[in-house]
Write a protein that binds this ligand. Sequence first.
Ligand code: ATP
Length: 354
Amino acid sequence: MAQIRIENVRKEFGSFTAVQSSTFTIEDGEFFMLLGPSGCGKTTTLRMMAGLELPTSGEIYIDGEEVGMKPASQRDIAFVFQMFALYPHMNVRRNISYPLLSQGVPKAEVKTRVAEVARILRIEDILDKPVGGLSGGDRQRVALGRAIVRRPKAFFMDEPLGALDAEFREHMAEELRALHDRMGATTVYVTHDQLEAMQMGDKIVVMNHGVVEQFGKPQQIYDWPATKFVAKFIGSPPMNFLDFDGMIGIGGDRIELAGKTVEVPVSREGATGKLTLGVRPENIVFSDTSTFRGRVIATEYLGTTQIVTLATPNGDVKARTGSEHVINPGETIGLEFDRRTLTVFEERGQALLS
Ligand code: ATP
């Protein structure tokens, strides 16, 4: 098991900066997600932690030891790639044994450890099969087996489920998380899928254009996004943004947006100018008495809930409500927002926390 800390780590490829100065800590035993859109620098960050890429500047610590310049082979970590690279001419047992045999581990111990891994992954019955004919899931399990058998300090996984279809992907995600919970080894996992990150991760780093936008537990990131980018990237449908020139008026336990008064739910001084109010679809309540009103543009039925899109004077919003309410396009509805769940962003996109 391992604690991994990166401090002011930066990576340049020629004149292009793939990772801006990044700092965060992955605690011992955590399932840690590196999340962000394509090209944001998450793979490069992982590769630097793994020793497959050298940082341009900054330090990387594994269990307190600075390893930034150490090659991957000396970091005692295991990498699980997206394309599960197995040796096609060997059977499952041989594929899993290979890392130990090549390290010179005695044969009797290899046998015991392969049996243990096969039991953990529930693949005892396919140990003598050639990998060529295996299903995608079994191939993935064998690839994991090969990583686990070395008992590394940490596992690094780069979109390991990316090649699988949706249903199977969800199943493997659950298996991976359960496997982690049984073994407790620090796992760093790259994904661009916010749902996967929220479901699987103990902690998440959200990256954009090489910058760490936020770092925290899934619920913190969902409830208190630090930037507009995070608010938009996490959640489906994403957080609504309502633009206001001047001030946002808020009063009482429930919020009503009716014109421009002077109270803003932030403590920072100078929080005026162009502000954006962020509200999640599930935190919008329909109210006959509210003077902040929207005209229904569309409804989308989702079983127990529905998503209602409304045009308001401050932009379109999506509200999630019970599907038992009959709502018709063209109807005008009063909207209230739950004060405790609101976020206000300043012009540059930083959240102003109350
Ligand atoms: P993806 O999910 O698409 O792999 P990512 O978030 O993992 O995206 P990286 O692979 O880390 O992103 O790449 C970040 C940026 O750095 C990209 O713009 C990429 O083109 C660039 N980059 C990555 N590796 C190199 C390299 N060896 N040389 C030059 N540019 C690179």
